[in-house]
Each structure stands twice: as C-alpha cells, then as structure tokens.
Design a protein around this ligand. Structure first.
Ligand code: ADP
Ligand code: ZN
Length: 613
C-alpha cells in the first residue's frame, strides 16, 4: 500500500490518465472522479455520492488498477456483479466474482487466482465476504475495498439490506486498507447514515451534481388512456428501436399496456412482482440483451439493472414522490447520450395515490411528498430547477431541456372560467366530482345530471365554448392553486376553499392553456413486427448497432458491454476506418480496438462507399 510520503500527485495523475486511455478509451475524468481516486491512492476512506451515470465504477476501478494486489468490491446483487465483471473483462482488465451461483470449485479456482495475484478486482456479496473474511490469510494482499450501492446500509433507504450493516467489521479486520463507499442516493438522511454505519475513518465526502443534463424532462397532463397509448406509440416510433421502460402504478395496467402495444406490433413485455422469478429473470435478460426493447413494469423493475443504453422512460402514472421519480427516470441515459423521459399526470393519479397513502403509515409525510410531486407536475417554471431544488442543489438557470423551457406555457386571465366552475360546485351542494363538474359546465345530457336536477342550475352549459380537455386542465390548475379541494373521505367530491370563495367574489386568477394534442396516429393492424424503424435506409448508427448486437450475442454479453450508445454515435459521426482512427473514439480502449475494429470498419467502409455512389 502506498504511504502518504511516497505519493506523488503529478505522476499519479499521469499514470491514471494513460490507464484511462489504454483500457477505457477516455481522455479525461468526469467531475469528482479524480478526487475520489486520489483519495483512495493516498490511503484514505471516502464516500462518493454521484448520480446514476455519474461514473462511479471508474472511481473504484482506477485505484484498483494502480495499487498493488487485489481490490475487493462489495456489491449487493449478482446481476450487477456479473455485468461489471463482463465489462471489465471486455476491456482486458482481470476481474472476477465470487458468488453462490458458481460451484465451489469455480469459486475456489477464482480464489487461487486471487492468491496468485492474477486478479485485480474481486466482486463479492457482503454475506460471502463476512463469512470468508476470517479464512483469508494475511499474505493475500487486499489493497483497497469498495462498497457499491452503499445506501443499502441505511434502514431509512428503500433498499435496506441487513447484511450491509455488518460491513463495519471490515474496518476492524483491515484497519489500514482504504474504503470507498459509493451511492447514487439523493436522499439526505440515507447519505448521512452511510459513513457512520460503516465506521469509516475521517472520510472525505465527494458529492457531484445530481443534475443529469442528457435527460429531457417532459410532463403530459390530462391524457385519457386512449390518447396515452397513441402518445406512447409516437414516443416509441420516434426512438427507432431503442430500449425503454414504461412504469405503471399497478400490475394490471402493466399487463394491459404491454398487451395493447403487442397488438400494435411492438415487441413489449411486462414485468411485476406477481410473475414467477423465472419469467422475471428471462424478461430482464432479454431486455439487457436488446432482444425485447420495451418493458412495461411496476417499480419492482430497475434495481440491479446496469443497462446503459436505455434511451427513454415513460411514467404511465405520476409516481408517489420525487425520490422515486428521480430514481426511475435516472435509469435512462446512463451512458451520457441523450435520453427522453415523459410523465403522464392526471387527476385520477392524485386520487389513486392519495388512497394508497391513506392505507400506509406515515400519512403526513407521504402526503407532503405527494404534494411536492404534484407541484413539479404543475410547474410553469423550468422543471429541472424544481427537481434539483427538491434535492437541495443550487441550479440558477433554465435548463433548455424540459417541456417548460422548450414550450413556455401561455398564460391568460382565467378568472371567469374559475368563477363558472366554482359556482357550479357550490350550486351542486359540493356533491360532485371533477368529471361531473366539467360535464355540467359543458351542458352534457348525461342521465345522472338530469336525474339530480343539475341541468337546471344557472351554470349548466355556460362552458360549452371550451373542450372537455381544456376544462379538465383548468380544473387541475384550480386544484393546484388551491381554489378547490378534494374530499377524499366523501366520494372524492369537490369543495370550494376559502381562496376559491375570494375568487368567486372577484379575486383574479391566471391560467395556462393545455398543450395541443398531437393528431392520433392510425396504425395498420398487424403492421410492424417489432419496434424497429421502417425506413428505406438504416442510418450508420443503426448499422453499427446491429454489428454490436451480433458481436454481443456471439460472446454472450449484453450489447452495451461491447460499446456504449455514446461510443457508437461518435463512431457514426467520425466514421473511423483505420485502427488509429478507432482509438480516437471515446470509449474505444486498446483491447476493444484490437478485438473489434475490423468488424466495425467493414461496416463503415461499406457505408462510405454507398455515400459516394
Ligand atoms: P454509475 O455507476 O455512476 O451509474 P457508470 O460507472 O456506469 O456510472 O458510468 C456511466 C457511463 O459513463 C459508462 O458508460 C461509463 O463508461 C461512462 N464514463 C465513466 N467515466 C467516464 C469518463 N471519465 N469519460 C467518459 N465516459 C465515462
Ligand atoms: Zn427547463
């Protein structure tokens, strides 16, 4: 292990940068990566807080490459371990995992390789580590320990794993070995818990920004199920065969949505906790390998998925809080290339979520969190500002990559509309729900309206000039502004608040118009066979992507382990043909260049030839 005296920052960084280029094919570090690496090289403990896609793996992999001996990486899930080991081996870095899926013989031979100093990084589960720790002789040189997904140690977090709490024993057993704890949790209480629970010695804490600028943020208010489906189809089509996830609140809707998409010819599968573990594993494996591009899932899907080329995430319903939302959209675009996220938001979601909360403990806190989520959905200022300020991060400019920035809402004086709606509610004795009010305002001939005599009230039909869609949007805004409230304990009927009464007496309110619906697209029945594009000429990126897919299936690894989407995009624009040119592309290290350049170069040469003709 290096002592502080022998550490030379200038040489260390030079060495690190040359290893970065050689193995990973990158020219520079992401923010905070070098700080964390240097801390480990100096023999100190640290905590690394970085968002998903922030580049945590490199923070612990680089010290492992630079220090003598073997580094241990504690990881909670087999799938994560396998993924990382595949990725390291693909770059030519000797890595292995010890786990219960492998035979004792396999595990033993891996340990032999470790003792023979042939392995630089050993991935292991916490229980296995704790069980085997005592047997490890002193001469097995452990230079460094990384604890991945370190939030699993906190009882406050959502992924609490009891085995993690025993990891504090590591510091007692290996007091001089530096430990790095890493997590993408944005939750403050959990963050605080990590270093205390692990018993780290005076750890440095590195926090990088939790902004994910490559993720576009979009909220779609007020869609009926039918329009939701047509919007989803548009999104999928605009992504030409890319992988994506649709999150739903209930198992039933995951099944329905997946079924509808399959009927339209898309290759989509559903995933929820009610399926057998075999089915779930198979769906997950096919998604990782790009065999099924679309997954419709409950929030049970995602933990343990390292897939870096998820290009879009759709929330079919509004999530219950900002933490879940951030985590779920965060699964897209880990490779740093552009990715799109969409969240549908409706009044029905608010009612469903409120009823979930009523059944849960911690009602007060959960309601508060739901409220913040609604504020985000209703925001008329840059959404990224709201998202980051929720996580206490300063962000003092508009992002330019959210729907509000791209399409600022137009505001108008909506006092008259508010008065029509509020007066209708009052005249119906506050015994009507949202849709009923809208139907009354639009003069609907619904039987129950006439039966209750609501067609006789003064405001019946006064709102005919606006569409149902406009009215539901206005109503949602009234709710958000606090003009009306929902009586959850009384059939979800609407009540006029004190503020609403002031508006009835003349206090002005401003409204925004709902976004124009896109023309519903007609799809020929049984038309498309997969979520693949139907264009005459596939782009170079698409050709490179299929080359990548065939290499990946030949080697039995996920496609993104060969090259990330970002690397393929760069290849498609630089069009390298010589090995030297390939090495210039970010993400092409020496081993990968050697192994794959001929195959990709052939595709690029062919493409160039056709360009000239
Ligand atoms: P995290 O574990 O924090 O979610 P990863 O370690 O998986 O993030 O890294 C996310 C992506 O960023 C990967 O595709 C990785 O290869 C890439 N990456 C990491 N560090 C760098 C860097 N310094 N330069 C370019 N790309 C990087
Ligand atoms: Zn914005």
């Amino acid at each position: 292990m290096p002592s502080n005296q022998s550490y030379n920052p200038v040489t260390a960084k030079k060495v690190a940068l040359s290893l970065l280029k050689r193995f990973y094919g990158y020219d520079s570090f992401y923010p905070m990566q070098w700080n964390a690496i240097e801390c480990a090289l100096q023999g100190r403990d640290c905590v690394v807080l970085m968002p998903t896609g922030g580049g945590k793996s490199l923070c612990y992999q680089m010290p492992s490459l630079m220090l003598d001996g073997c580094s241990i990486v504690v990881s909670p899930l087999l799938s994560l371990m396998k993924d990382q080991v595949d990725a390291l081996q693909a770059m030519g870095i000797p890595a292995a995992a010890i786990n219960s899926m492998q035979s004792d013989d396999e595990n033993r031979s891996i340990m032999d390789a470790v003792f023979a100093r042939k392995i630089k990084l050993l991935y292991i589960s916490p229980e296995r580590l704790l069980a085997d720790m005592g047997q490890w002789s002193k001469d097995m040189l452990i230079s460094f320990i990384a604890i991945d997904e370190a939030h699993c140690i906190s009882q406050w977090g959502h992924d609490f794993r009891p085995e993690y709490t025993k990891l504090s024993l590591l510091k007692a057993r290996f007091p001089n070995v530096p430990v790095m704890a890493l997590t993408a949790t944005a939750d403050k209480i959990t963050r605080g818990d990590i270093s205390t629970q692990l018993g780290l010695h005076d750890p440095q804490v590195f926090i990088s920004s939790f902004d994910r600028p490559n993720l576009s943020l979009n909220v779609l208010s007020n869609y009926t199920s039918k329009r939701k489906l047509s919007k989803i189809v548009d999104i999928i089509d605009s992504h030409h065969g890319d992988s994506g996830i649709i999150y739903c609140l209930s198992r039933k809707s995951t099944e329905n949505v997946a079924e509808s998409l399959r009927r339209l010819g898309y290759n989509a599968a559903c995933y929820h906790a009610g399926l057998s573990s075999n089915t779930r594993e198979e769906v997950q494996r096919k998604f990782l390998n790009d065999e099924i591009p679309i997954i419709v899932a409950t929030i049970a899907f995602g933990m343990g998925i390292n897939k870096s080329n998820i290009r879009w995430v759709i929330h079919y319903n509004m999530p219950k809080n900002m933490e879940s939302y951030y985590q779920e959209i965060g699964r897209a675009g880990r490779d740093g290339a552009e990715a799109d996220t969409y969240m549908f938001y409706s009044y029905a979601d608010v009612i469903t979520l409120t009823s979930f909360i009523a059944e849960s403990g911690q009602k007060l806190i959960n309601n508060e969190k739901l409220q913040r989520m609604e504020e985000y959905a209703e925001s008329t200022v840059c959404r990224r500002r709201i998202l980051l300020s929720y996580f206490n991060e300063r962000f003092d400019h508009d992002c330019g990559n959210c729907d509000v920035c791209k399409n600022p809402p137009k505001r108008f004086n909506g006092t008259e509309f508010a008065q029509m709606a509020l007066s209708a509610i009052v005249r119906c004795g506050e015994q009507v729900g949202m849709n009923m009010v809208v139907d009354i305002l639009r003069g609907s001939r619904r039987a129950d309206i006439a039966a209750k005599g609501y067609d006789k009230i003064k405001t019946f039909g006064v709102g005919r000039g606006s569409t149902f869609r406009q009215w539901t949007s206005y109503m949602l805004q009234f709710l958000q502004m606090g003009l009306i409230e929902i009586a959850y304990d009384d059939g979800n009927h609407l009540r006029v608040s004190d503020y609403g009464r002031e508006v009835l007496r003349g206090k002005p309110v401003m409204l925004t118009e709902p976004e124009e619906p896109t023309a519903a697209k007609k799809k020929a029945k049984g038309g498309e066979k997969s979520a693949k594009p139907h264009r005459a000429q596939p782009t170079l990126f698409e050709k490179l992507r299929s080359t990548r897919a065939s290499i990946a299936s030949r080697l039995g690894v996920p496609a993104y382990v060969i090259f990330s989407d970002k690397t393929l995009q760069e290849m498609a624009s630089l069009m390298p043909v010589t090995k030297g040119e390939f090495l210039e592309v970010q993400g092409v290290g020496e081993i990968k260049a050697e192994r794959y350049w001929l195959e990709f170069a052939a595709v690029i040469k062919e493409y160039k030839r056709n360009l000239i003709v």
